[in-house]
Design a binder for this molecule. Structure first.
Ligand code: SF4
Length: 340
């Protein structure tokens, strides 16, 4: 489940970060030609932007436009592309595009359908084409963007971007803003500078407050482990100042009393034993989450806690005006002793 507040937070933080930290590359300048856009994307595939930047002028001085490129043979291209790596693959790719353009008298695709039918249609190039040339809102989804999204929103097993429909939809949703080009670049630069593949710099990360990866990495709670409890603070009720919060505990490993939550709470379905307690679920929210029926209980004990459930809970209470900072992990036994 993706929370809208998480999406908004992600966009806002990264756009602000980008204003101070953006990287400058020749292919990001204003007024760049369609030719340069397409060829740059081919050079950028599976190659570090800094490496391409160093090599950029070598390639574009030799082949500044389609006319010059049409004259090149596959061997010529292999020779000039060799320092970048993947030179055979890239040369083949370029030759295919050039051939197709020749057949179409230099006409580039004008619609998404035409694009899908052309040799520009691999996921990454197609998205870049849509974004920069067709001026549509499209994600520059590659392995780097996928990593940031995956960590921040999902933190699940990493899959191949080309086959991961869920990730493709998520990326489309996230970049669906007016300044989507800027947001795309922000995510890419963030992946290169902070949310790196190895050793992400979570301590300085502007997203860490809501990042699932960070959340789970810094939480030792596992399924079956006691105990997450809510800090009982009589003096602080953000919804009704002056009235005490009556919640004592949300999850606990003691007692085995699955009482459910106060009304309408959404939890991961693994948090609820629907065989033993079929009546507790009001409806399925999606394939992972269920909404619990309203109950008169405000005190909630459950056998197990899983990280996803804890995450859902923090989001839920934040939306309702509580600060997650008023809660902490403590033994439910102590809380019950204090408040019985
Ligand atoms: S907190 Fe860490 S894992 Fe999460 S987005 Fe930031 S750098 Fe990436």
């Amino acid at each position: 489940m993706v929370y809208r507040n998480d999406v908004k937070y992600f966009r806002k933080k990264l756009l602000a970060w980008f204003d101070d930290n953006k990287r400058y590359f020749p292919w990001r300048r204003e007024g760049i030609s369609n030719y340069e856009i397409i060829l740059s994307e081919i050079l950028l595939q599976r190659t570090k932007a800094e490496t391409v930047a160093k090599y950029y002028n070598v390639f574009f001085n030799k082949y500044p436009n389609w006319d010059s490129l049409i004259q090149a043979t596959e061997k010529d291209l292999e020779a000039i592309l060799r320092p970048l790596g993947l030179y055979k693959h890239r040369a083949k790719r370029i030759m295919k595009i050039v051939k197709e353009l020749k057949e179409k008298d230099g006409e580039l695709p004008k619609t998404k359908v035409e694009l899908q039918e052309s040799s520009l249609s691999t996921l990454y190039i197609a998205n870049a084409f849509e974004l920069f040339i067709l001026k549509k809102r499209a994600p520059l989804l590659d392995v780097n963007m996928a990593r940031v999204l995956n960590r921040y929103f999902h933190f699940r097993e990493f899959r191949d971007v080309r086959n991961d429909i869920e990730l493709q939809e998520l990326s489309q949703d996230v970049i669906n803003v007016r300044n989507c080009k800027k947001l795309n670049w922000a995510i890419i630069d963030y992946a290169a500078s902070v949310c790196k593949s190895r050793r992400p710099q979570c301590n300085i990360c502007v997203l860490k407050k809501r990042c699932k990866y960070y959340f789970f990495q810094n939480d030792s709670l596992e399924v079956g482990e006691p105990q997450l409890s809510i800090y009982y603070d009589e003096k602080r009720n953000y919804n009704n100042p002056g009235k005490p919060i009556k919640l004592l505990s949300l999850f606990s490993g003691c007692g085995g009393m699955d009482l459910g939550f106060e009304g309408g709470f959404i939890v991961h379905k693994n948090s609820v034993n629907t065989t033993l307690n079929p009546d507790y679920v009001e409806k399925e929210v999606d394939k992972n989450y269920v909404k619990l029926r309203p109950t008169k209980f405000q005190t909630v004990f459950a056998n197990d806690i899983i990280n996803t459930a804890k995450y859902a809970w923090v989001n839920y209470f934040e939306k309702r005006g509580y600060s997650p900072e008023i809660y902490h992990v403590e033994s439910i036994v102590n809380l019950v002793k204090q408040h019985k």
